[in-house]
Design a binder for this molecule. Structure first.
Ligand SMILES: Nc1ncnc2c1ncn2[C@@H]1O[C@H](COP(=O)(O)OP(=O)(O)OP(=O)(O)O)[C@@H](O)[C@H]1O
Ligand SMILES: [Mg+2]
Length: 588
């Protein structure tokens, strides 16, 4: 045995070893690509028996479409050895992707090529699945992103278009299943579905019993696939105007015991598989989860707002109740006091009149005495005592002062009478005088009455709107105007502006009296409607003006609102219904 034979033997042994244990295809070729050796994996993969495989050239194992690039790959192998991807062909003609590691070597003056060929079908599948997964995640991410930016329907359309794209479908739709599980509601479909496939006029709601087999996923509570829709028996048919359906999957979104959503896609060019179902399921679940959360959130928000509004209403109602309770009991008190005072004031007033005339008589008699006194002269000692007494008591002063005292007392009594009258009005004695009246006229005439008090320091601006006549007791409304105008004028210390505005909103007339006066401190604002609350000096204010006005407004089923800022001014705003819902029986 000579050396080269031994070498060759060793080489052959090594090759046999590799042939037996390799996972990849191993081919030994001559420089032209004629196959000289091939391992078992090659036989199994290409499907040729070994004898036949050894008659083939590597070109015959390649996908014909890759032969163009072969020259370049061979050249590269000749220079450095190379690793490249291409496609090979089995005996039955099927093509599969391969990775080839190829190199040339010399042996005993001959050039050989050794190629290790790896079937990378699985790797390719993994890669494209990874790529699809990435797109799928991108879609899910986007879904979450746009959720708060789009209205619900558009959001679902957005999601459906992703499912359509990812599954290679041409139509996509989503139905909500109602709580009863017996009726469904079509809520969204992709743009393509609308344009190309469905001109049917859907009813918003329809029963599951009439739905096609696409609703089987609801009946069976699991995804359903129809890859041969045309030949499927018992389809129920599609609504008028629906184009032909070739393939379809529909998946249920199940929450607890109930199916909430049916998501369907259809008319992919090839058969639907598990991955398509998974995509539809993932998107369906996510869409429902997001919609459900957003719906709950907005419901919660609405509830919260309603609760807040309710609380506020309650607070207002409570303070109104408090106010009107206070008014009612004070009204009773006031009516009682007024009634009790009315009589004594009445008789004191009339007695004062009598007293005054008696005094006049007495002074007349006295004057007669004084005249007699003059005729008697100095010789009457009895008179000396009278003269002395008159002097001592300062009779001349008394004579003059007594009438001043009378006048002051009468003035005091008049004021008391006025207060009693106010108290009576405050407690609404009598309902007379309901009629239709023009508020602008009332405002103007009241303004005339108080003009003397206003003219030196106030400029009055009128911004009247158009008002209908309202049904009211005009004299009482005028009294409210009067109180508010006087208050406004009194709030203005040196110079200021009073603005009168009117308008109507929702069957309710409003009148606003705004002054640029000193304003009301916040701690007093809750007390200004209390009877006898006043910040004015004795003799200027009794503190009844606003409580009286409050009562009058209540009687008219209206209200007064006040806004004020210290140093800036006050706005009193009256609201009155054009006609109170029920007016107390009485005149008109
Ligand atoms: N426009 C206003 N600007 C500032 N304070 C006001 C105004 N209107 C009312 N007030 C405050 O409210 C208090 C009560 O007003 P109300 O009209 O009831 O009584 P009054 O004016 O003090 O006395 P009366 O009206 O009986 O003569 C006033 O004393 C004043 O402190
Ligand atoms: Mg007042």
């Amino acid at each position: 045995m000579n050396e080269p034979t031994n070498d060759l033997l060793r080489l052959e042994n090594q090759f046999n070893f590799l042939l037996r244990f390799a996972n990849d295809i191993i081919l030994l070729m001559d420089a032209d690509g004629n196959i000289l050796e091939a391992n078992d994996v090659a036989v199994n993969t290409y499907g040729w028996p070994l004898e036949q495989l050894l008659t083939l050239n590597i070109r015959e194992l390649r996908d014909p479409a890759t032969l163009d690039e072969m020259q370049k790959q061979l050249k590269l192998t000749a220079e450095t050895g190379a690793l490249f991807e291409t496609r090979h062909k089995r005996r039955d003609g099927t093509i599969f992707p391969v990775e080839v590691s190829s190199r040339l070597f010399e042996h005993e003056g001959n050039t050989y090529r050794q190629s290790i060929v790896r079937d990378i079908t699985e790797r390719h599948k993994m890669q494209s699945k990874l790529a699809r997964d990435a797109i799928r995640f991108e879609g899910l991410l986007k879904l979450n992103e746009v959720a708060t930016q789009l209205p619900e329907k558009e959001f679902m359309q957005f999601g459906l278009e992703w499912v359509e794209r990812l599954t290679g479908s041409k139509i996509a739709f989503i139905h909500f299943v109602n709580d009863d599980q017996e009726s469904i509601e079509l809520v969204a479909w992709s743009a393509a579905t609308r344009e190309k496939y469905c001109t049917a006029a859907y009813d918003d709601h329809y029963p599951v019993s009439q739905a096609g087999i696409w609703a089987d996923c609801l009946r069976q509570r699991r995804p359903v696939t129809f890859n041969d829709y045309a030949n499927y028996p018992d389809k129920h048919g599609l609504p008028e105007g629906h184009s032909e359906l070739k393939r379809l999957i529909s998946v249920p979104v199940i929450e607890g015991e109930k199916v909430r959503v049916i998501l369907g896609v259809g008319n992919k060019d090839s058969d639907y598989d598990d991955e398509d179902i998974e995509i539809a399921r993932l998107f369906g679940n996510d869409m429902w989860r997001i919609i459900h959360r957003l719906r709950l959130e907005s419901e919660l928000k609405l509830n919260l707002e309603q609760q807040r509004a309710l609380n506020k209403q309650l607070e207002e109602a409570q303070s109104h109740l408090l106010q009107s309770e206070k008014m009612a009991s004070l009204g009773q008190l006031a009516a009682g006091v007024a009634h009790e005072l009315n009589n004594p004031i009445g008789f004191v007033y009339s007695n004062m009149g009598t007293l005054e005339s008696y005094l006049n008589d007495i002074f007349a008699i006295n004057a007669a005495y004084e005249e007699a006194e003059l005729t008697v002269g100095d010789s009457c000692p009895a008179l000396d005592h009278v003269v002395k007494l008159k002097h001592e008591k300062d009779y001349d002063y008394i004579k003059q002062d007594i009438f001043q005292l009378m006048a002051q007392s009468k003035d005091g009594l008049s004021r008391m009478r006025k207060i009693v009258q106010d108290l009576k009005d405050f407690s609404h004695v009598g309902n007379e005088g309901w009629k239709w009246a023009d508020l602008h006229k009332g405002l103007d005439s009241t303004l005339n009455i108080v003009w003397n008090e206003l003219k030196y320091k106030c400029q009055v601006n009128k911004e009247y709107g158009t008002l209908p006549e309202i049904y009211c007791i005009a004299s009482q409304i005028n009294q409210v105007f009067l109180n508010l105008l006087v208050n406004a004028a009194q709030a203005i210390e040196t110079k200021g502006i009073i603005t009168l505005r009117t308008g109507i909103k929702n069957e309710e007339v409003w009148v606003e009296i705004t002054d640029t006066g000193k304003g009301i401190p916040p701690e007093q604002i809750n007390r200004i409607f209390d009877p006898f609350f006043t910040t004015k000096p004795v003799g200027v204010g009794t503190g009844l003006g606003l409580s009286l006005s409050y009562g009058i407004m209540q009687k008219h089923q209206g209200r007064i609102e006040v806004t004020s800022e210290v140093g800036k001014g006050t706005t009193m705003r009256l609201h009155l219904p054009v006609k109170p819902k029920s007016t107390p029986s009485g005149n008109n």
